[in-house]
Design a protein around this ligand. Sequence first.
Ligand SMILES: [Zn+2]
Length: 345
Amino acid sequence: MIIVNSRHAAHDQPRHVERAARLSAALEALHAAPHASGLAFIEAQPADDASIRAVHADTLLDRVRWSATQAGFWIDHDTYTTAASHDAARCGAGAAIQAVEGIAGSTPQRSFALVRPPGHHATATRSMGFCLFNNVAIAAQHARARLGVGRVAIVDIDVHHGNGTQDIFYQQPDVLFCSIHAAPLYPGTGDDRETGSGPGSGATLNIPVPHGTGDAGAALAFTHLIEPALRRFQPELILVSAGFDGHHRDPLGLLTYSVAGYTAMIGRLCAIADECCGGRIALVLEGGYDLAALAACVVGATHALAGRHDIDDPLGPSGQREPDITPIITRITARHPLFATGTTP
Ligand SMILES: [Zn+2]
């Protein structure tokens, strides 16, 4: 099930990397894909105030709402709004909620919320990093508060650290936030010593990887960190902050993932969802700023959700030599509470 936020289009700055052409390119590729006829497309509905307030301060919501009175406004030096951004952001959050509703019932349908603006940098109190509302966090909180879901895992595969999602759930024991991201890179958070606090100690897993890390490094991190963490945490559903700016063509990213590599990551998360939580997995789009790479990764992701792994990667591998991330994996397994014998977050 693909939930499409059509209201995104008027939230646009054509010269900005986070522009309406991103989602248009992804949708065009998806509709042209051979399996398009088998995909169910649903229109996003706006999230209500209560859903947004469940993760964001009133001041943040009020500011985004106020921005609709302005023809154009900059929340910070890289986060713009237009008169239509409040509507677009509300429908983005609503799409993520619909995705989670699609997987929370007795007959889950793997879902993908195709949204912009993205969300994972928005903290409880601050819109930032192109993000107005934190779509994936709003969906996770909706699942817990309104759908009776106890334990939610959020896996963030965007090239940037999902500082906002981490911030929102940092003290929550029932939401596992797990991020693999390039470091050093915006926003500068996501050190592996950030592991949660108070009751949430151990429920944050950060995997900062060096520039140039690609498919092999990600696969290693999945095998030794992400999959064991999910098995130990035993979520009732898995949400994925699906950012595709780790692709080797991306102008902002510094990793060298391929379309095939991204598809494999999502395939592995689907397999873990099958194993741990009855196949309940939903993706929420985050970054991805090279239009061809974003479009191909979105198509690849829908293949993975459909259980197909025989994808044709139109852009190929980066061909670059990758750094060895084994020392990072060894360090995290040695000191992260999630991997200490006998402890459960
Ligand atoms: Zn990003």
